[in-house]
Design a protein around this ligand. Sequence first.
Ligand SMILES: C=C(O[C@@H]1CC(C(=O)O)=C[C@@H](OP(=O)(O)O)[C@H]1O)C(=O)O
Length: 396
Amino acid sequence: MSSFGKLFRVTTFGESHCKGVGVIVDGCPPGLQLTESDVQVQLTRRRPGQSKLTTPRDEKDRVTIYSGTELGYTLGTPIGLMVSNTDQRPNDYSNAIIYPRPSHADYTYLEKYTLKATSGGGRASARETIGRVAAGAIAEKYLKEAFNIEIVSFVSSVGDISMYPTKIEEYPKFWELINNVTREQVDETEVRCPDPDYAEKFRNKILETRGQHDSIGGTLVCVIRNVPAGLGEPCFDKLEAQLAQAMLSLPATKGFEIGSGFAGTAVNGHIHNDPFVMKENGKLGTTTNYSGGIQGGISNGETIYFRVAFKPVATIGQAQKTCTYDGTEGELAAKGRHDPCVVSRAVPIVETMSALVIMDNLLIQLSRQAATSYLKKDNIPPVLVGKLPPQTENDA
Ligand SMILES: C=C(O[C@@H]1CC(C(=O)O)=C[C@@H](OP(=O)(O)O)[C@H]1O)C(=O)O
């Protein structure tokens, strides 16, 4: 379905070649200062046609807020946002009418719905992510203002060139990076990688691939800082499970890994466990962070970090042997304007999608805390809050 979230609920609409794409955001707290410019920043970072590394389809993606705000403040009512599609070229798809594009969604959409959009990727197009980005930008604004939560994503690999740690021993250096990396640093390079040497290698790889009328995959890291402990809903809605669902609902994703991920399987528990320590803020924290900020499906107050894998874009100009819908063998060389690699445009998409997950879980936890605050808790047995009961004479 096209809706996501429980208390901060978003519903996206639109196809890549219809009049426009957008989103309805229900459940945004009233009183948040919000204008189009707050949302536009992330939409502009996502837009096509922004550099040689992306699809040349030239959409400005200017957003209009239709409802839910007045005098620059949210009213608590549904916020409607929309972006017009202005640079469609449906004829680009004329040679693909009888061919399902290999590894795209044409065949499966037709099987599912019995008919499909004639041009573009329809709902499976990356244009659908505009709605998510617009909604997530609102969530990000609340999270930053109310809880100082920071979300930063960056490109960590393109093809087989990777800056991501492969062994557990390499993680402490990586934590230094993720604890400090900023969006400004990420945006200093066209490809959106904070390491200039890797950024250059990634850029060259994408340009080389584009020259071959081909595509290539890559990975993104996402970091979420200052998340309070307690977010996530066991058992089925663990925070990492929701993040995984959110990320794997993005077009072209093939993998999700949190904390030490697959590398963590190579070491013993005494290395992998994150010991607790009292932190300056008077709360328990951990001295290492192989857990990736989530334990038992609940945020523990440490930095959350995860990695998302994006496959090579399915639509490529290079001729491929395949067959038509009726099984006739042939060759398809896709026409049109396509991304040789989606990772740099995926950065704001992953950030805003993360914001949607954190926002929804924050509202759920705040509502639980508010409900509990009305109870008289004076006589709660100490063992239920991790304390020993007072000693009695019999104990001595
Ligand atoms: C336009 C965007 O990306 C598009 C994603 C896409 C696809 O099939 O996913 C195909 C291309 O567009 P068109 O439908 O014009 O061929 C991309 O340019 C965007 O993300 O805004």
